[in-house]
Structures are given as C-alpha cells and as structure tokens.
Ligand binder design. Structure first.
Ligand code: ATP
Ligand code: MG
Length: 559
C-alpha cells in the first residue's frame, strides 16, 4: 500500500505515455512544497501520489523546495518537510533540489523572453496592474509600457537585478494577450523587486521570479516527465506551456488532480499558521493539528496515512473526505500493532474484602488477542483496585451487565467479583465499593461453568502509575470551517472542548513506556506516549477512540 497500488487516472495517462514512448518510457515525478509552513495531511496525498507513482513505475521522484518567495520561507520549514516525507516512508535519495538553485538560469530565461520581444519591464503600480488586467467578462487593457524596445527592456531588467530601483516600482511581465479569456495569460508578472534576504541565496538577489515563472521551468530543468499538481493549476497550464514553448525547452506533461479536503479541519498553511501564531494551539505539532508533525505526535502511523491515501484515491473533481475515514485507517493499523494494556481513566476504588491484605499476585495478560506472537505480560493484582466509575451503577437499568449491588462481573485476566456494599462519603457520593472475589475463578474463568455477562478492566491501586491523559477531540465544531460566514472568522468555529486533560491510573508494566509508543487501553481508546512524557510523569495522547463511527456511516458491519 502507499505505492499507488490502486490504479487511478494519473496512472492511466502515464500508461498511455509509456505506450507511445513519450519520454522514452521514463517516469520522473517530484513533490514541490513551498517551505512556508509545515506539511499537512493534504500534502501526504500529494507525496503518496508522486513518490508512489515513481515507485510503481520503477521511476524517480525528486523533492524540490519551491522557494521563490523570500519573505515567508524559513529553514525550520525545510527541515520539518524533509523529516515528514521520510517519516511517511519515502526517500528522494540524492535528488534534493531548490528552485532557488535555478535563480540564475531563470534570470537567463527571462532575458531570452525579452530578447524575443516576449517580455517587458512595466512601471504600473500594483493597483494599476490589477485594474488593467480586466475581469472574466471584460478584456484587459494594455500597459503603456508594453511596447518598449528590446534594448530598453534589457537595460532596465539588468538595473532591476542590480538593485537600482525600489521595491514594487517595476516588474517584468510576459507579453502575451491582454484580451485572453484566461486571466493568467494577460501579461502575467514574471519578476518583482523585493530587497529581502532569502533563506538560501542571502542577499545575492533583489529580484525574485514569481511562482508561475519558476515552477514549470524548474520541472523542465529537472527532466520531470509528469508534473502532478492540484486542480487550481489547471488554468495555469496554458501559461506554463507558453513559457516552455517560447523558451524552446523540454516540456513535462502536467496532470491535475483534486486536492484533499477533510471535514472538521482546515488544510491551508496560511490558516494553520494563523492557529499557531494566534496561540490557538500549542504549535505546528500540536496533536490536534492536521499537520504531519501533529498527527505523528498524536500517534498516527505512517502506514495508516498511506493506506488512507490509497483508500481515498485520486480524482479529477473536488470533494471532502470524512475525518472519520482517516480515524478508521488509524484504528485498523493500531488494532494490529498496539499492545493492549489496562488503564482506568475515571477511577473509583474497589476493595476486595476477602483478599488477603498486603498480598500481590502476578496474573497473565495477553498483549494482543489478534496476534498471539505479541506474547503476554504479568500484571499485579491486589486487595484494592480501581475500576472505571461508569462500570458501576447503584441502580442499574435491566440490561446493565457490569458491576452493581449483588451483581457479579469478570475482572479481565483476574477473577469474578461480586458487589456486597457501597461505602459513601458524607455528601452521598460513593467513596468505595466493597466486593468479594471467588478464588476459583483465577484468570477470569469459573470452573463450575458459572457465567457472567460483563467483563471490565481494572488496575491494582497500590501498583498502578498515575499518569496524565490528554483526550483530544475534533479541532473544529463545524464540518467545513473554511466556508465563509458573514462577520465570522474560521477561528470562531474552534472546538472549545478539543482537549481535556485527566489524571488516570495505568498498569505498572508501562513504567518504561517510551515516547512514541502506542497502546490500546482496553475498552477505551488507543493512546500514544507524548514527547513531553517523563519516566516519573507519564503523558499519554489519545490517538483515536475504539468505536468506529465511519463503519456506521458506511453501513458496514464491524470487521
Ligand atoms: P496550502 O494551500 O496548504 O498552502 P500549497 O498548495 O500552497 O498548500 P505547497 O507547498 O505549494 O502548498 O504544496 C506542495 C504540493 O502539495 C503541491 O503540489 C500541492 O498541489 C500539494 N498539495 C497541497 N495541499 C494539498 C491538498 N490539500 N491535497 C493534495 N495535495 C495538496
Ligand atoms: Mg502553494
């Protein structure tokens, strides 16, 4: 999985090219992030598609940073992007590139366009450029600078490069067609003056190519065969093709696919950045964030993400995927991999009155009922234990099969216990529950064939470790927080209950739990040891609940 194993329309197009011997049967893709933020789950779709496609065809995939905008880019982002791509399980080998490495070449490309009379230096203000562009209904107006001589353009462009003009005072524009039905073709800006330091080229340049002028040519320089990008670039394709034709250079084939949208979250670096900068979350790697660093910290696995990307497929029309489907993939993967342990999230004390005081015995507990090869462990049992508050009811309804006065229940891996008495606090709340156990039911099975309907989890009170649990929920309360609502910001729809912190008790076998380790807390949820966890102060992130709402949505049976 994650290797583009499922066929999709992109692969159909590639098959066609291979059949026609276009590109001599080569398949060479690239993942081209702009290093202006951390990668999110939407990028994972593009990574799986680009790297997965190369893998499927025995081709190559480059990692290229499209770092043409000096003001928003930082090395922190470059580093995190590389870490995330690797974490997802992909490798660019020695093919790490930067669009900024092509600045000189791109400059020469621009000079070539000027020499061919296909580009000019324009001095209209940014507002005027916009105004002259026209609208979808009305053609644009030609710039008064459009018919400058080639010589004058060459001189001015060189002076732009030398830093002789102020930021924003001049731009280089392509000379295409101000009345084109495609706004991208109405003399787009190719270069702007911006005297700011670039994360890699420092102060070498004070003019920077626009993304549109850099992107397609970078693909061409790298010999990319299939430039896979999202649908919003469909309208840019004629422009990219125009550049390649006028520059008389190698032309990749651009293929657009629909970007991933997910319910209850936002997938735009700008918005994610606003959440970080506005301190709505603890950082880019806050476990509630849809960033790859956030979901990694939360405990999602790369296999789950790759399976998710396979499952959603690749299509040509925009749609929104249910967040529950992502959780389904995480749950499926963790079900196979995670050790089961017992933890009580909302404890109430049970005293087993006929169990010897001061005694502790070790009981066998299997680590994963789905996979015997994962072995078993020894867990301590003693006279006082914690159970989940809601596993007990003083006045239970008919179908309640857990613990209640006079009722008998199985303690998982331990014994049958029967509730004899409730001890209350002065305010009427329950202080503890007094039970007796049946020594003949060791391991949780009775020798006389007596059956109990309920099985509950527990931890030994003296042995259990106190830990912190961070219970995460959806980051937004609204299905589509991107939808514009009058007078509202997307941050108005943040879920105030997206994080609940609890003190819990976990079995002591977790005392050496390592950061990043994932567990299933029996009957509760999957949890992962957080980066802030310490040996004497364990912290667990709730990865995903055990219950599967997506299965319900799909109307399927639980597998
Ligand atoms: P954002 O809108 O989050 O800033 P972007 O498209 O500007 O995203 P880039 O760094 O340019 O971010 O993206 C790198 C690659 O990832 C591009 O090829 C882009 O098309 C792809 N990509 C970005 N977002 C998604 C998404 N939601 N689904 C699929 N692919 C995406
Ligand atoms: Mg972008």
């Amino acid at each position: 999985m994650g290797e583009g194993s499922l066929n999709n329309f992109v692969h159909t197009m590639i098959d066609e090219d291979i059949k026609n011997n276009k590109y001599q049967g080569r398949v060479h893709t690239r993942f081209p992030p702009e290093p202006n933020g951390y990668l999110h789950i939407g990028h994972a779709k593009s990574i799986c598609l680009n790297f997965g496609t190369a893998k499927k065809y025995g081709g190559l995939c480059n990692l290229r940073f499209d770092d043409t905008n000096p003001s928003k880019e930082e090395t922190e982002f470059v580093d995190s992007i590389m870490e995330d791509v690797k974490w997802l399980g992909f490798d660019w080998d020695d093919r790490l590139f930067y669009a900024s490495d092509y600045f000189e070449q791109l400059y020469q490309f621009a000079v070539k366009l000027i020499q061919k009379g296909k580009a000019y230096v324009c001095e209209l203000s940014p507002e005027k450029v916009r105004e002259y562009r026209g609208t979808l209904k009305e053609p644009g107006k030609e710039s008064p600078f459009r018919n400058r001589s080639i010589e004058e353009n060459l001189t001015l462009f060189e002076k732009m490069r030398k830093g002789e003009f102020q930021d924003g005072s001049k731009v280089l524009r392509a000379k295409i067609d101000m009345s084109s039905g495609n706004l991208n073709m109405r003399d787009p800006v190719l270069y702007r003056i911006q005297k700011s330091e670039h994360h890699r080229t420092g102060n070498t340049w004070c003019i920077y190519p626009m993304y549109d002028f850099a992107h397609g040519q970078s693909d061409s320089i790298e010999g990319i065969t299939h430039s896979v990008c999202t649908l919003e670039f469909e309208d840019h394709r004629p422009l990219y093709e125009w550049f390649l034709k006028e520059l008389e250079i190698y032309a990749p084939r651009q293929i657009e696919f629909a970007r991933l949208n997910l319910t209850y979250t936002v997938l735009s670096k700008r918005k994610l950045r606003a959440l970080v900068e506005g301190k709505f979350v603890s950082g880019w790697n806050d476990p509630r964030m849809p960033t790859l660093s956030g979901i990694r910290r939360r405990g999602y696995t790369p296999e789950a993400i790759r399976n998710f990307c396979d499952m959603i497929g690749v299509s040509k029309s925009n749609s929104t995927v249910d967040f529950a489907m992502l959780e389904y993939c995480v749950r499926e993967d963790l079900n196979k991999k995670a050790h089961r342990v017992m933890a009580v999230l909302d404890p109430i004390k049970v005293v087993i009155t006929n169990y010897p005081e001061g005694q502790t015995e070790l009981l066998d507990a299997e680590n994963n009922p789905e996979d015997a090869s994962m072995g078993s462990r020894k867990i301590p049992f003693s006279r006082e234990i914690y159970i989940e508050r809601d596993d007990f009811m003083e006045n239970p309804p008919k179908k309640f099969h857990r613990l209640f006065p006079g009722g008998e229940v199985r303690l998982k891996f331990a014994y049958y216990i029967q509730c004899q008495e409730i001890v209350k606090n002065a305010d009427g709340s329950i202080k503890e529950i007094l039970c007796t156990y049946d020594p003949e039911t060791k391991g949780g099975w009775s020798s006389d064939g007596r059956k109990v309907k309920g099985t509950i989890h527990w931890v030994s009170a003296v042995d259990a470790l106190k830990a912190e649990a961070r219970l995460y929920d959806l980051l937004f309360t609204k299905q589509n927080p991107d939808e514009v609502e009058e007078g509202k910001e997307f941050t108005d729809f943040l879920n105030p209950q997206s994080l609940e912190i609890k003190t819990i008790y976990v079995e002591n076998t977790l005392k050496n739990a390592e950061i990043g380790q994932r567990y299933q807390f029996e009957r509760k949820a999957y949890f992962c040891v957080d980066v802030e966890s310490r040996k004497d102060a364990l912290v667990f992130n709730r990865v995903v609940n055990l219950k599967d709402s997506w299965i319900k949505i799909q109307g399927k049976e639980n597998p």
